[in-house]
Structure formats: structure tokens, C-alpha cells
Write a protein that binds this ligand. Structure first.
Ligand code: CU
Length: 184
């Protein structure tokens, strides 16, 4: 369930709605109360205001902390850090230079989790992986001399030909800077 909410576009939409709905309920409750039920000055004693205000802020804070703590392990940087020493993750080196990509390995299997460790040798490039249906899966900006290499972890679930493109303008042949690899 949490997996679905945090790793799927519809899940993200549902989480967004879950955040909006309590606010909408309170908003329409207040509008309805002041417009139709009790349009005269409210009967709530002023000393109760701070109680309601702090309860509401506490509720929002708790929801914020719970949702963020439950999702932290799905953050790409955390996934990447956890995979660095995982023996089930295949490490692949990607080198970008004007205007080509080089891979230490080019054939992968469905279900395989790959950690792409990418670097640029000359100027700013990006390592953008496209699904066989054309959708962009992720993009990684590569800054030469950045010190630590950028890495991203991806699990292949669909076989086919994946295209890698540079999405940072890098000179006259930027448009031609692409490569492909196969997932069987
Ligand atoms: Cu480029």
C-alpha cells in the first residue's frame, strides 16, 4: 500500500488529495456555519480560540512528520545510498563526453536492479534514461570535476530497447548525443 502511494504517479495524486481533503472539509464547514447556521457573531468563547488553533497546527505537524518519515526510504538519494553496498545491485559505470556515452555494461535482464554511476569528462552533460515507450524515466546532471560521481538506481521491469540521451545543452552535436541498450 505505502509502496504504491510513494512509487506510483496515481499514488502521489492520492497522497496529494489526502492532504487537501481535511482542509476542504474544515473550509466548507466554516463557510456553511457562518453563512447559514450561525451568521451572527460566533458563540465560541475567545479563550477557546488558541486551543483550536494549536490543535489544528499539531494535527498538521503530525501528518507532515508521519508522511515524510514513511516516504524517506523511497527518496532516490536514499535508495542510492542504501544500494551502494547491496550485493544484489549491479554496478554500471557510465561515462559521458562530447558527444557520446560509454557503458561498462550494456545488457540487462528484466527484474535486475542496476546502479548507474555516471560522470562527465569534459563539460556539463546529463544521463537521461528513456523507457522503450519513449517516456523519460530519470535524468542525472553530470558536472565535470564534481568530486563525487552521481549515481542513480533503477529496477528494470519491462524488456526492450532503452535510449539514453543528453538533456543538457553541450555543444554543436548535443542533439546526436545518444546511445541505447537492451533489457531482455
Ligand atoms: Cu548535451
Amino acid at each position: 500500500m505505502i509502496e504504491y502511494l510513494y512509487t506510483n504517479a496515481w499514488g502521489a495524486f492520492i497522497v496529494l488529495l489526502m492532504f487537501q481533503i481535511p482542509f476542504l472539509i474544515v473550509f466548507f464547514h466554516i463557510v456553511n456555519k457562518k453563512a447559514f447556521i450561525e451568521s451572527k457573531p460566533g458563540k465560541t468563547r475567545p479563550e477557546k480560540y488558541s486551543y483550536y488553533r494549536y490543535s489544528w497546527i499539531a494535527l498538521v505537524l503530525v501528518a507532515f512528520v508521519v508522511v515524510n518519515s514513511a516516504s524517506i526510504k523511497y527518496m532516490p538519494t536514499v535508495v542510492e545510498a542504501n544500494s551502494a553496498s547491496d550485493p544484489n545491485v549491479k554496478n554500471v559505470d557510465v561515462t559521458a563526453s562530447s558527444w557520446a556515452f560509454q557503458f561498462s555494461e550494456r545488457e540487462f535482464n528484466v527484474g535486475e536492479t542496476v546502479r548507474f554511476k555516471a560522470k562527465s569528462t569534459d563539460t556539463v552533460h546529463s544521463f537521461a534514461l528513456h523507457h522503450p515507450d519513449g517516456n523519460l524515466l530519470f535524468t542525472l546532471m553530470l558536472v565535470p570535476g564534481a568530486g563525487t560521481e552521481s549515481a542513480v538506481v533503477h529496477t528494470f521491469t519491462v524488456p526492450g530497447e532503452y535510449t539514453v540521451r543528453c538533456l543538457e545543452y553541450c555543444g554543436i552535436a548535443h542533439h546526436a548525443m545518444k546511445n541505447t541498450f537492451t533489457v531482455m
